[in-house]
Design a binder for this molecule. Sequence first.
Ligand code: PDD
Length: 291
Amino acid sequence: MAIYPIVLTQQTFTHQDNLTYPFEERGLQFGDGIYEVIRIYNGSYYLLNEHVDRLFRSLDAVKIKLPATKEEITDLLLHLLEKNEMTSDGKVYLQVTRGSAPRDHVFPADVPANLYAYVQDLPRHLENLQKGVSTITEPDVRWENCYIKSLNLLPNVLAKQEAKEQGCYEAILHRDDLVTECSSSNIYIVKNGVIYTHPATNRILHGCVRMRVEKFATDLSISFNESGFTKDDLFDADEVFLSSSTSEVMPVIRINQKQIQDGTPGPITRKLQQEYERDANITENNITHSL
Ligand code: PDD
């Protein structure tokens, strides 16, 4: 893994070795902040505007004021790639917290928000994308505002760890019987040629790739139904897949050790993967070419 030493802090660029994180940082002490993960292919961002839009929606929702416009943040993020001479597949992690101040639940007065962003290499999960992944189901015990990309990820972390300990890739979350999303991705089933997913309410993150999946479905004349589905529907589905900036369109072939249909990715999932590769200008390491 390459180390990218230039980090965006506040609104300037700093060498990684010069970074100092104060202990009394509200992100650290309260999880009082929000974040984004943005995909990079061949040194260029994918869905950058969508991520910047969601960043500002999250900031508004938690009342963090960032003294910069969307255009300025976009420019800074573009410069971050240039400064690091990024040319491969990767991701940027960006975090904004309410700032550094003596610990007190109440917002500190006149304290600037802290903004950090850094680049990492991230090769595509080609084998998983081709063969599909195993998952588990877990109760969704998160708060009601999952549309905010908040730093408070403990329920997500615990669910993903449970998946890992059971040899699985992801945990599918459900509130009572209704499936919401996964610990770090959105989830869909296909039944009789229709894609079903949870509606874009406050109970799920409105994924940037989810928005694209909806568009791909429309382009392919496949119905995209946002009425949601139940845990039982998962096991009775023709196809199951998940989506995120790091997982792309990922086939799910097993849930709680039960195989979905014949245990191989279904035709609609494959079509969406092809659309994704086309949309993201992925020309090398193409899934369908290497199948
Ligand atoms: N996760 N739902 C949750 C809970 C997520 O954390 C994510 C993203 C998504 C998909 O969002 P998008 O399509 O915009 O990546 C859905 C990122 C990748 C992460 O936390 O690492």
